[in-house]
Every structure is written in structure tokens, then in C-alpha cells.
Design a binder for this molecule. Structure first.
Ligand SMILES: [Mn+2]
Length: 323
């Protein structure tokens, strides 16, 4: 590779596959494993650009992430600016998402709603959570035909199997649970999202209702885009299981059993193989070693509290937010 190589794709921006992740410094090690796995599974004939939205990554994290660039895959960082939208969201998160089930206390999850607005030159993009590992070419996910819909995402398996989540979604959100999607993997039609003013709609709902919800922007996404979502095949947002089908292209370590916390969890090899060579391997090993019985107990209690919260919020007569 030339010493002048900067990781910037020397080609038309519109031909690139743009992939967004939204992180803070705490998520950097998992994001690095995810991005590393993504890059190991690209089509050499295509160009990719990983765009990391963050709220202030430190220098070391940025250097380590940036060093993952390959010939056909660039990395770009974009720090979130404190727009009025973001200020409203941070105020809401600070007030609402703290306390019981503190899983989602962070405004980081809401950054993805800013993508259409912050990147007006892109027509379409992929978003992935940082707790994902790729096993196939993300370009194929990007190629998903959205038809006249706005977004592609996968019906959330946790909502099908956990009765509290199911009732919460049906009653409190007014979204049929079979249609409720997980927001961890998305293909977005950015033009349509701009046209419908997705970000403004979301912040308006936040301001108007100040609603106590279970999942951060995922709940708003489902309410706002109901009926406008193409359902992805499970292979693009698969739960980690020990007998993972060969066809699976993306594994999502959603909610419980994170391999960087627990030993002997499904698909841990996939994660650790991707973490190797990222510069974060030592950090991740230390994190796992330090995740003692006390932290495990707290982690389980957080999951339990989140389920209980869903059960509590499900006991409403009509949906808590209305478009
Ligand atoms: Mn996730």
C-alpha cells in the first residue's frame, strides 16, 4: 500500500457502500471487532465506507479504529454536533432512560436517526449496531430492494419469545408484535427519510409525550415507520446460537450473553476471531476477566428490570404515543 494512502476511497462517493455505526468510547472495542469482521468479508470489486458517529472518541480509540482500513474499505469519523435536536434528545434520555433497566440510558442509540439529515449526499445506507459480527458481504445487505418502503429491518425475536415485551409492543406502542423490528441492523432509504422528516417527527414525539419507553429510538422507529418496513431475512440479524446455520451472514449479540462479558456463550469464537488484530484484544480480555460474579449479578438484574418495566408499561388501555 502506498505511503500516501489515506483510506479515502478515490472514487465517486455515490458508488460506495456506506455503513454507519454510532458509538461512544465504551463501545469502541466492540465496534472494532464488528468493523474488522465487516472488512474481512467484503467483495474486492466494491468500495465501502464505514462512518462512525461518536460523541468524542479519544485519540487512542480513533487510531486503533482507523488502522483497520483496507484497500477497498475506508473509515470516517464524524463527531455529533450539539444541534437543538440532539439537545432535546439528551435532555429526554437523561430524564427518562435512567433508573430501572439502565441498559439504554445513552443518547448514542438516537444518533442513527440523524444519519439522513447529516449526510444529505447519500441516498441509501446501512446501519449496524456495534455488537454485531459479519460473516458475509455487507454489500449484499445494502443491495436489499426496499421497493416503495422506507427501511429494511428484522422482526425482533426477543419480542416474540418474551411475553412482557410482546404485550408492551402491542399495547403501549400500538404496533402489532409481529411487525415490531429490531433496530440493530437497518437498510435505510435516506431520501425517503429526509422527505418524511424522520428526525423532526421523532423529536416532536419526544417533546410532546415525554414518554417512558423500554427501548430507546427503536420504539419510536417502529411507531413512525409502521407499515413502511421491509422485513429482512433472519440471516442478516441472527441471534447467537451454538448451531449457527451456515447461511447466517450477521450475528447480533443483542441484550444478553455478550462474549466480552461471559465465557462459554454461543458464537464467542466468532467474536474473538474478529477482535484479534484490532488493538483492542487486551482490553476485551481484561474486561471479560473483570466481569466477576457481582457484575454478572448486576447484569442479570438489569435484564430482569427491563422485562419488568415492559410488563408494567404494557398495562395501558391505549398506546402512549400517537403519530
Ligand atoms: Mn445491539
Amino acid at each position: 500500500m502506498s505511503i500516501f494512502y489515506t483510506g479515502i476511497n478515490p472514487i465517486n462517493k455515490f458508488k460506495v457502500v456506506p455503513i454507519f455505526l454510532t458509538i461512544n468510547s465504551a463501545y469502541a472495542p466492540y465496534a472494532a471487532a464488528s468493523v474488522h469482521s465487516l472488512m474481512q468479508n467484503t467483495d474486492p470489486k466494491r468500495y465501502y465506507r464505514v462512518i462512525i458517529l461518536h460523541d468524542g472518541l479519544n485519540f487512542v480509540n480513533r487510531i486503533r479504529l482507523r488502522s483497520l482500513v483496507t484497500k477497498n474499505c475506508a473509515i470516517q469519523f464524524k463527531k455529533m454536533t450539539r444541534s437543538l435536536y440532539l439537545k432535546a434528545i439528551i435532555a429526554y434520555c437523561t430524564k427518562r432512560q435512567k433508573g430501572a433497566g439502565d441498559f439504554f440510558s445513552s443518547a448514542v442509540y438516537y444518533y442513527r436517526a440523524f444519519i439522513p439529515w447529516m449526510f444529505p449526499l447519500y441516498k441509501k445506507a446501512v446501519y449496524i449496531d456495534s455488537d454485531t459480527i459479519l460473516r458475509g458481504d455487507i454489500g449484499e445487505l445494502f443491495d436489499t430492494d426496499l421497493g416503495d418502503k422506507v427501511l429494511a429491518a428484522m422482526p425482533d425475536p426477543k419480542v416474540t419469545v418474551i411475553p412482557e415485551f410482546r404485550d408492551y409492543v402491542d399495547n403501549a406502542l400500538g404496533v402489532p408484535h409481529s411487525e415490531y423490528v429490531n433496530s440493530g441492523v437497518q437498510v435505510m432509504d435516506l431520501r425517503k427519510m429526509r422527505k418524511m422528516k424522520y428526525l423532526t417527527t421523532m423529536t416532536d414525539l419526544i417533546r410532546k409525550y415525554d414518554a417512558d419507553l423500554v427501548a430507546p429510538d427503536q420504539d419510536y422507529l417502529n411507531v413512525i415507520l409502521r407499515g413502511q418496513i421491509v422485513f429482512l431475512e433472519p440471516k442478516w440479524n441472527a441471534e447467537p446460537v451454538s448451531d449457527l446455520p451456515k447461511s447466517v451472514k450477521l450475528v447480533h449479540f443483542n441484550l444478553f450473553n455478550k462474549p466480552w462479558h461471559y465465557k462459554n456463550v454461543p458464537c464467542e469464537r466468532l467474536f474473538w476471531n474478529a477482535a484479534k488484530g484490532t488493538g483492542f484484544l487486551g482490553d476485551l480480555k481484561r474486561q471479560q476477566a473483570g466481569f466477576d460474579a457481582e457484575k454478572q449479578k448486576a447484569d442479570h438484574e438489569k435484564v430482569e428490570a427491563l422485562i419488568q418495566k415492559a410488563g408494567r408499561l404494557a398495562k395501558v388501555k391505549k398506546p402512549v404515543i400517537k403519530l
